[in-house]
Design a protein around this ligand. Sequence first.
Ligand SMILES: [Zn+2]
Length: 139
Amino acid sequence: MQIKICPYCNKKFVTSNPKQKYCSVSCRNKYRLQKFKEAHPGKMSEYVKKYYERNPEKKKKVYCNEKRKLQKLQHFIEENNLAREKSLQSKTYKTPYFKEEDEFLLRNWDKLTKKEIALKLNRTIGSVQSRYKKLKKKN
Ligand SMILES: [Zn+2]
C-alpha cells in the first residue's frame, strides 16, 4: 500500500497498484483532457479558422489531422479504462482460505508478526487480519 497525491484534484489516496497515478478514473480522464486542451488552446482554433478562411484549400487536410488526434486520445482513454477494470477485478477476487491456512493463522497469530503470517500465506496483511477476526468469532 502506498499513499499518493492525485495530480488532478491534489487529494491523497491509497493504492497498492504502483502504476496508479490518479485517485480515480474520472480524475485521470479530466487531467488528460486538461492537458489536451492546454496543448490545443481555444485561441488556436480562432487562428486556425482565420487561416482556413484565407486558405480554404488546406482545410480538409488539417481537419483530418485533428480528427485523428482526437480519435487517438479517445482510444487511449478507452484502453486505459479497460486496463483499470481488469486490475480492479483481479483485486476484488478473493481466494478462499484452506483449513491448513486457518490452522496456521490461529497457531501463529501470537508468535509471528502479521507481516510474517501474510508472507507465509502469500496474502495481504489486511486479508489475514480480517480472516483472523472471522475465525475468532466462530470459536
Ligand atoms: Zn483525483
